[in-house]
Design a protein around this ligand. Sequence first.
Ligand code: ATP
Length: 342
Amino acid sequence: MEEVMEDSAAELTQEKSAATQPEKGYAISVKGLHRSFMNVKAVNGVSFDVPHGAVCGFVGANGAGKTTTMRILSTLDYPSGGKVEVCGLNVVYFPHEVRKIIGWMPDHFGKYQHLTCEEYLDFFARAVGLKGEERKERMEDVIDFVGLAPLRDRLSNKLSKGQTQRLGLARALLHDPQVLIMDEPAAGLDPKARVELKHLIRVLAEEGKTILVSSHILSELAEMCDSLLFINEGRIVYHGDAESLIEQNEASASVVYNVELAENYERLAEWVSLNPGIEYVETTKKGGRIRILNNDPKERVAVLAAMVRDGLPVVEYHKEERKLEDAFIDVLGNINTSTEEV
Ligand code: ATP
């Protein structure tokens, strides 16, 4: 907090003027963000920018620091240090202004026992200052947009997970925010609901909204996001697009092979355990997935030759398309290795 307060009055004036020109600069700008809870460094020097109109996926393991970062962006928590701006407005100095331009969709939110969906949205529409006809129109717009019309009279605490997420999105959109922060919106949704959510997010981006969305499902994020932001133990470990990450890691990283045997499938795991330079990833129906740590093509030939030499009845041996998950794991692996080396 002390570091945050060091900014000068001149800077505050500049920030106010930046807010009147929202298309200038970045929609989200985070510089050297720190947040500690007692001795836990939840966020440890995070910096990133998200341009206006972009969808940015926020990825990281449980406890990596996503929610903490998002809560600070949404003015629900204070940084311990660093600078966080939304459309040029510092979230610490201008929380009220930031709330007008930001929509926050938390992973869980409270609902009122006796309010229907419509009443619930009406309550929040009033809370964000919408009045009269404008409030009614805006409510109809968001109800329509998220597909809540058939459920408008249903009690808000009687909704399924997917329906609750729709209500949460409708609530976050009531005041037509420029920036939307979504914490795990796809968690617990069935495949159809996830596809629909992806579609809604893309439509919002096409309307020019900037979206920061967290998820653990990398493939899904890659499909709907312009860039991915990976966080690990409170630090950003990658920010860029999914394709570049896969390409960047492909040349140097390990490769995964799918191996099928004609019989005695369990022999594969045993064989891998006896051979250095290869890791057993998982068992499949007729064999398993193995990771060859050296990406030299000669090594891959040598592995196949060794399996055959040792009597494994290999009927299938093919390289898997590199997945985003593999690239992410390699990024984390590289970090751990360099930390160990220090
Ligand atoms: P998940 O994917 O599980 O939601 P996350 O990446 O959102 O995780 P955070 O909720 O940001 O992670 O938590 C980061 C770290 O900070 C965790 O170690 C967590 O226990 C800790 N933490 C978060 N909020 C608090 C708090 N209010 N008090 C103490 N520790 C906290």
